[in-house]
Ligand binder design. Sequence first.
Ligand SMILES: NC(=O)c1ccc[n+]([C@@H]2O[C@H](COP(=O)([O-])OP(=O)(O)OC[C@H]3O[C@@H](n4cnc5c(N)ncnc54)[C@H](OP(=O)(O)O)[C@@H]3O)[C@@H](O)[C@H]2O)c1
Length: 326
Amino acid sequence: MKTRKLGASGIDASVVAFGAWAIGGWKWGGTDAKESIKAIHSAVESGVNFIDTAAVYGFGVSEELVGDAIAGIARDKLVVATKCGLRWDIESPTLHAQSEGKNIYRSLAADSIKWELEQSLKRLKTDYIDLYQTHWPDPQTASSDVMETLVQLKQQGKIRAIGFCNADVSHLQDAAKVQALDVDQEKYSLLDRERDADNLPYCVDKKLAFLAYSPIAQGLLSGRVSTERKFGDGDLRIGNPRFSAEALQSISTLLKPLKTMAADTGHTVEQLVLAWTLMQPGLSHVLVGARNSEQAVNNAKAGAIDLSDEQYNIIDKMAGSWEGFP
Ligand SMILES: NC(=O)c1ccc[n+]([C@@H]2O[C@H](COP(=O)([O-])OP(=O)(O)OC[C@H]3O[C@@H](n4cnc5c(N)ncnc54)[C@H](OP(=O)(O)O)[C@@H]3O)[C@@H](O)[C@H]2O)c1
């Protein structure tokens, strides 16, 4: 497993991280606690030391499960990342989403961040967070003010590195007036490359780590999602146009060269996709969700793959031919 630094923090994190959204169950059709914990253990046994969760994933459930899973592992061998800023227990002027009968609001007010951190520490059963990230910008709070709060928490030793998610470059620039960020976490996959134009060049220039979320496009880039696939109740993929029969057909056609390469090399399609993703300029880590041990082990293996120039060029040409979802 390769590792790379989280910006200037000095923290060395595996290039493949375990993404813990799906194990929270919320928006993923439910969860199985035993399977989830086994998946995290399998990831760690496969060289993954980096786990990304958030308070809102399963409304605390994902953090609880991560806390249970890491309880028997030496804390200093792990890089635990979580997020704040989406509250389902208070109201704020900015409604982020409505889901499962809950209103989820954005807040990055200083008191809210400090309160949330204490809750996350309890659920994760730890006394520090390696990487603390804002989940979404809060229009009510300037990014420089948010950064002031996070820097205080870092000075208190409660967090070791600071990141923003779902941020525009203007948010990153505003935060940098206070102190350099370590991490920017954004949606990025072979099918979703909008950040090539803005956040990625910014991260290269300012030496921030760039964490790609949903790097296998929520399963699509495994090449194994078919129209026969039945998703559990509440799964975000139900009725999602990215999972329509037409979209699945386009992706299947796109991935043909990768299926051939997978058969020739013994890698899986998603491993090759992840290896290519990790070679994009400035992109440092991929956060991949896994719901069971098999997926976790499979995904971790991508962190050791060295694509040849020829293999890279084939995948790159294929990626360049993607014209977007139908
Ligand atoms: N900051 C943010 O706003 C934000 C937003 C989204 C995600 N994230 C982070 O990024 C992580 C990953 O994103 P994601 O979960 O949205 O998408 P993803 O990693 O692209 O896809 C994960 C899903 O793909 C399927 N899968 C995983 N490995 C597979 C394999 N080897 N073969 C076939 N299918 C496989 C699983 O679902 P099934 O088994 O059900 O098909 C899994 O839940 C999250 O867990 C979270 O940590 C952050």
